[in-house]
Design a protein around this ligand. Structure first.
Ligand code: ADP
Length: 628
């Protein structure tokens, strides 16, 4: 095999894979692969990680063997024998690590991977493999048996040989291995013989791994160009390469939506390459914006210090992936020091500004991309509004809303709204509810629609917490159209005459008596056009949608009292007034009033029980059919 020999004193030990592992290997070996070439990307990625670790250990003065060894990845192939060998001088593995890393399903992600395969009945392609980090095993796509020889960089380590044909068992034996690091060798299957061809290996390395930070040699020839991507200027970056880099560091299977190279010199010096994912990471969806454990990678003088550095960005921006590399921190700083360092605070501040500027540029120059971004990450911007007060103004500009003047799936900014509102309009109006359709059907909109006044339609549940906190934009107060103190004096009454004052008063009073405690007041409406009544909030009351949200969180909240507005030009109200004049004790009047009120509640989703509503409805139908 090689210069390494079994020491003879220890037997070859055989181990069995755990059950899930067998399933996984079976899938990999027997499924159809669309991209077997990615096995090489995975092996290089593992080697590169191992080299990063050893470089970090060396620089932080940890004890390691072969301190002077060159950090490199070496590939050798034999097109006649179809052998393939990839070797690195990285951290290597101890026996325990071998068992833990290559013998068990270490990651919960792996099980998720199998689940996804089953559910989607997808072909096992390279993208899926990369996404779930089952990297190493992808080698079984191109070979029937793999040998891993490894020696840990820890002092006093021994060498080990791991061997498996991916059939349920693997063996481990102790060997003499002179240098630290890992050597993986195998014979390619006849169907995969292309991977023993020099041009093919070079092609794959260039495609997937050109950015790897350590030299990759094929024989004597170095295949990659190792200037770290984030050290290059924008013009030296190729989309394809940058996209591969993103997938490599972010464990994403999709291309990023966009990327941003950053280079800063001055108070602090750093370079960064940041990525906007195309889709929100899963924890953002199921834990509502919780990006606790994310963040870009932190490099110090080109050495990877932290995989997911939380301190580089404020929490709401931690969905941004990438690399930040600075000269201004010392290599052997501890996590705690990194956290509290003024350098970090400065970098965070600069990056936040750059990122928000980047979003703004996207919005201006690539509106379609921005839309995709906003759909996935809009909620994050809103969270930022309530947490990042220094950048509040910038974040407000990024907000997008549907409105009564936008088509479905189109958005307006506060700026656009405020620029196109009429000269005599003093306020920015919004209306919140559960969906666009429900909002558009609401009677409170009638006046605004009739007068051609734009109203923002807020159907994202977070909106009711965010929007009221903005208070005003461009000196124009933001106001819920539910508020009772909107000035409708410009409303010109046409068609039907409103009720005369002497009838109006007793009718409103009867409404009050009939509805009793449940309601704050009953007043004449100036906003209604075609509906008889509607509910609004008092001057200091909260928006109904907000109340609904608060109730969801704290169920014993007493219901806020609403104001019932009555459209005194509406035929129903006029008829009720007529009935009242004829016989003020007619019970039908009160039944109708209760029904109108509960109908308004029902429309807003605020009617708790429909029992009485329905029996009253039958009573009214009976009365209506009786006279025929
Ligand atoms: P992943 O790379 O996503 O962790 P893999 O299945 O590819 O998953 O590898 C499992 C683990 O085996 C790695 O996390 C690493 O600890 C170890 N490993 C794999 N290859 C090497 C290597 N060349 N040198 C050192 N450790 C390695």
């Amino acid at each position: 095999m090689s210069e390494n020999t079994n020491t003879g004193t220890l037997p070859v030990q055989e181990f069995e894979y755990k059950a899930e592992m067998k399933q996984l290997l079976d899938l990999i070996v027997h499924s159809l692969y669309t991209h077997p070439e990615i096995y090489l990307r995975e092996l290089i990625s593992n080697a590169s990680d191992a080299l990063s670790k050893v470089r970090f250990n060396a620089l932080t003065d940890q004890e390691i063997i072969d301190r002077e060894a060159a950090l490199a990845i070496r590939i050798s192939i034999d097109p006649k024998e179809l052998t393939f060998v990839i070797e690195d001088s990285g951290v290597g593995m101890t026996e325990e690590e071998l068992i833990a890393n290559l013998g068990t399903v270490a990651k919960s992600g792996t099980l998720g991977f199998m689940q996804a395969l089953k559910e989607q009945q997808k072909e096992l392609d390279g993208n899926l493999i990369g996404q779930f980090g089952v990297g190493f095993y992808s080698v079984f796509m191109v070979t029937d048996e793999v040998t891993v020889e490894t020696r840990s960089a820890r002092p006093d380590s021994d060498g080990y040989r791991w061997r498996s044909s991916g059939q349920g068992t693997y063996t481990i034996e102790k060997i003499d291995k002179a240098e630290r690091g890992t050597k993986i060798s195998f014979k390619l299957k006849e169907t995969s013989k292309e991977f023993a061809e020099e041009y093919r290996v070079e092609q794959i390395v260039k495609k997937y791994s050109n950015f790897v930070d350590f030299p990759i040699y094929l024989g004597e020839k170095q295949l990659n160009s190792i200037t770290a991507l984030w050290q290059r200027s924008k013009s030296e970056l190729k989309d394809e390469e940058v996209n591969e880099f993103y997938k490599f560091i972010a464990n994403d299977y999709q291309d990023p939506l966009d990327y941003l190279p950053v280079s800063v010199e001055g108070m602090v010096t750093f370079k960064a390459l940041l990525f906007l994912p195309t889709e929100a990471p899963p924890e953002m969806l199921y834990r509502q914006g919780d990006l606790e454990n994310r963040g870009p990678q932190l490099y110090v003088k080109k050495v990877l210090i932290q995989q997911e550095c939380r301190d580089l960005l404020p929490e709401y921006l931690r969905f941004i992936a990438g690399v930040v590399d600075t000269e201004d921190l010392s290599l052997n700083v501890s996590r705690e020091i990194v956290q509290s360092s003024p350098v970090m605070a400065k970098i965070r501040q600069i990056l936040t500004g750059k990122i928000l500027g980047w979003f703004e540029t996207l919005a201006q120059e690539q509106p379609e991309k921005f839309k995709t971004f906003y759909k996935a990450f809009g909620p994050v911007i809103k969270i930022g509004l309530n947490t990042d007060f220094t950048n509040r103004d910038k974040l407000i500009e990024l907000l997008r809303f549907e409105s009564t003047k936008t088509e479905v799936d189109e958005y307006v900014t506060l700026k656009e709204y405020s620029e196109r509102m009429g000269a005599d309009q003093k306020e920015i109006y919004y209306h919140s509810g559960s969906s666009r359709a429900q909002l558009l059907a609401h009677p409170n909109l009638e006046y605004f629609q009739k007068m051609g006044i734009e109203v923002l339609l807020l159907s994202d549940p977070v909106d009711v917490f965010v929007i009221p906190s903005i208070h005003e934009y461009d000196k124009k107060p933001l106001k819920s159209i539910e508020k009772a103190d909107i000035d409708f004096s410009s409303q010109k009454k046409d068609a039907a005459e409103p009720l005369a004052e002497n009838l109006l008063k007793p009718i409103l009073q009867l409404f009050r008596e009939t509805l009793g405690e449940g309601i704050e007041d009953v007043i004449e409406s100036h906003r209604l056009v075609s509906s008889p009544v509607t509910l609004v909030s008092g001057k200091n009351g909260i928006d109904s949608q907000m109340e609904k949200m608060m109730k969801m969180m704290k169920s014993d909240l007493p219901p806020g009292k609403r104001i019932l507005e009555v459209n005194t030009s509406h035929p129903i109200i006029r008829n009720l007034a007529g009935m009242y004049m004829a016989n003020e004790h007619n019970p039908l009047i009160r039944t109708a009033m209760k029904q109108l009120y509960e109908g308004a509640l029902l429309l807003e989703g605020g009617l708790d029980s429909t029992t009485e509503f329905l029996s009253r409805m039958n009573e009214l139908i009976e009365a209506a059919t009786l006279s025929r």
